[in-house]
Ligand binder design. Structure first.
Ligand code: ATP
Length: 357
């Protein structure tokens, strides 16, 4: 087990693409850490640079107390599980799991014992003689994990580990992976573009954009207190409402309505400031009768989410300004009529103000 420290890490690919732009990050010993962000933000490059499969063009990578920036992948004591699992199709499960031990020149009997032991931990015992082509996606993923585990690495690096599985298996594999990581207590970094997966699995998450980290925090922190509008818009199964607003005394004016100024903003904003008012659809209450100090608009879409519904309203704009959309999650059975007017009140302490919109 080991902590990972990245200092001013940069990667420019030949041809000039700057994939990593001066990253500083500390991942704790035994932490389950997610790298999250949209396609092209540099997640895979970062993981591969920690693994040593890419060479950093600036900065340093430290694993435990060793600076590994210039070490070959095989000397870093990390194991990487690839998105497509990269199993050897002509080898059995046992040979696949034992392969890294063969590279380490362990004798055949020791390899067999170790492969059997690791297979048992991952529920693969009955499958040791099969080849990857004879396994389900979930079983292949477990073989890839077993192969990575067989060497007892200090750090596990997982590149989109669940993306090849269908929705049901994915949930199962998620739970399995989380339990396994807890039991092994090993430092684990995984890449995902799926915010729900990162929120469900990780102890902490780094949200990336354009080769930089926009926020690092626990799932609760990045969900409740996104540091900027990029993170606010990226995290959450329904994106946060982000509305242009203006500070007016101890209120903030949103779509012509005065709402209480969010508490943490009071000290840092001044009268007349143009800001962005952020509130999650889950933290709004929709009423069907007129109410003071509520955002009111016409109900234009109602989408069924299962045990709740997502209601979209059109808020009126100011003079000659186009209206803006607002989304609200309402509990089952509380859906408003399409075309009716709704009055929406933010729950106390749940809204945020941003200056970076
Ligand atoms: P995805 O979720 O789509 O896999 P990502 O966040 O993992 O994306 P990277 O694959 O790390 O992003 O890519 C970051 C940037 O670096 C992108 O602009 C990509 O086009 C570029 N890039 C990646 N690999 C190379 C390469 N070998 N040569 C040149 N540019 C590359």
């Amino acid at each position: 087990m080991a902590a990972i420290t990245l200092r001013r890490l940069g990667k420019v690919y030949p041809g000039g693409v700057r994939a990593l732009d001066g990253l500083d990050l500390s991942i704790a010993d035994g932490e389950f850490f997610a790298l999250l962000g949209p396609s092209g933000c540099g997640k895979t490059t970062l993981l591969r640079t920690i693994a040593g499969l890419e060479v950093a063009t600036e900065g340093a990578v430290q694993i435990g107390d060793r600076d590994v920036t210039n070490l070959q992948p095989g000397r870093r004591d990390v194991a990487m599980v690839f998105q497509d699992y990269a199993l050897f199709p002509h080898m059995t499960v046992e040979e696949n799991i034992g392969y890294p031990l063969r590279i380490k020149k362990l004798p055949r009997s020791a390899r067999r014992d170790k492969a059997a032991e690791t297979a048992a931990e991952l529920g693969l015992t009955g499958l040791l003689d099969r080849r990857p082509g004879q396994l389900s996606g979930g079983q292949q993923q477990r073989v890839a994990l077993a192969r990575a585990m067989a060497c007892h690495p200090q750090v596990f690096l997982l590149d989109e580990p669940l993306s090849n599985l269908d929705a049901r298996l994915r949930l199962e594999a998620r739970t399995f992976l989380k339990r396994l990581q807890r039991e092994l207590g090993v430092t684990c970094v995984f890449v995902t573009h799926d915010q729900a997966e990162a929120l469900a699995l990780a102890d902490r998450i780094a949200v990336m954009e354009g080769g930089r980290i926009r926020q690092v925090g626990t799932p609760v922190e990045v969900f409740r207190r996104p540091a900027n509008t990029f993170v606010a818009g990226f995290i959450g199964s329904t994106p946060m409402n982000l509305l242009d607003a203006e500070v007016a005394g101890d209120a903030v004016v949103v779509a012509g309505t005065r709402l209480p100024l969010p508490e943490p903003a009071r000290a840092v904003v001044a009268d007349g400031d143009r800001v962005v008012y952020g509130v999650r659809p889950e933290y709004l209450d929709l009423h069907t009768a007129p109410l003071d100090d509520a955002l009111s608009g016409r109900v234009v879409v109602v989408e069924n989410l299962g045990s709740s519904s997502l209601v979209s309203l059109d808020l009126p704009g100011g003079d000659g300004v186009a209206g803006v959309g607002l989304q609200v999650v309402v509990p089952e059975g509380r859906e408003p009529e399409l075309g009716s007017t709704g009055w929406v009140v933010p729950r106390a302490g749940r809204s945020l103000l941003y200056r970076d919109g």
